[in-house]
Design a protein around this ligand. Structure first.
Ligand code: PGA
Length: 249
């Protein structure tokens, strides 16, 4: 299975011109490789023009609403994201939970709507400092995946992002990430009752990933990929991350 590397640009950069310049400096790493798939998640407003210009790049959005259309001022629907050429959507990111007060129930509605629209969902879960990882992951996974159809398993990616590691420069160690991955698998097994299916779910790591540690998540941490925030906005650093994952196996 290809390793997935997701670039989450968050609320950056402030102009389309800069976003274009940035993408233009990356083409070699954005090409689909035998063992790697790179997904770029810019701001909503940059999606359409970027897709028009960089048609071969795989894009995702950083969020979406739970209805496809209607009287929901300010909302961006999964159907619109799909129409903009996106293949993926990130949902339940800790910054959405924190600043937009998103709950697991809202994330669940978004997830079902996004899958209905034909998008692949990158579902973020993770504990805050001092919280029980077991309790938090169990709660987030069971609530966010309510009514999830196992037929859509190939369209689901779970991103383990410990909140204390996101944007802090303090990444989780690869062996800790592996422990979290095993825990997620155990929780999924409890929910889905079928080991083969729980083992098929793809799990990636996010939280202060940098070039030095990136490959370790794949080799030691057995992760299926990475969700990269801050480092994805530094072209040289991001290229190194992609290359180190590519060369790790
Ligand atoms: P970070 O962000 O790499 O800057 O910690 C990760 C994320 O937002 O997914």
């Amino acid at each position: 299975m290809r390793k997935l590397i997701v670039a989450n640009w968050k609320c950056n950069p402030t102009s389309l011109r800069k976003a274009e310049q940035f993408l233009a400096s990356l083409p070699p790493v954005l090409k689909r490789k035998r063992n790697i798939e790179v997904v770029v998640c810019p701001s909503f407003v940059h999606l359409h023009p970027l897709k028009n210009r960089f048609s071969k790049t795989i894009f995702g959005s950083q969020d979406c609403f739970w209805e496809q259309e209607g009287p929901y001022t300010g909302a961006i629907s999964p159907a619109m994201i799909k129409d903009a050429g996106c293949a993926y959507v990130i949902l339940g990111h800790s910054e959405r939970r924190r600043y937009a007060k998103e709950t697991d129930g809202m994330v669940n509605k978004k997830l079902l709507a996004a899958l209905d629209a034909g998008l692949k969902v990158i579902l973020c879960v993770g504990e805050k400092e001092g919280e029980s990882i077991n309790t938090v992951l169990k709660q987030q996974l069971s609530r966010c995946l309510k009514k999830f159809s196992l037929k859509k398993l190939d369209s689901l990616i779970i991103a383990y992002e410990p909140v204390w590691a996101v944007g802090t420069g303090r990444p989780s160690k690869p062996d800790n990430a592996l422990v979290a991955k095993m825990l997620i698998r155990r929780i999924l097994l409890g929910m889905w009752k079928k080991r083969v299916i729980a083992e098929r779910a793809r799990i990636i790591y996010g939280g202060s990933v940098n070039r030095k540690i990136a490959a370790g998540y794949i080799t030691e941490g057995k992760m299926d990929g990475l969700l990269v925030g801050g480092a994805s906005l530094r072209p040289k650093e991001f290229v190194k991350i992609v290359e180190s994952v590519r060369d790790s196996g």
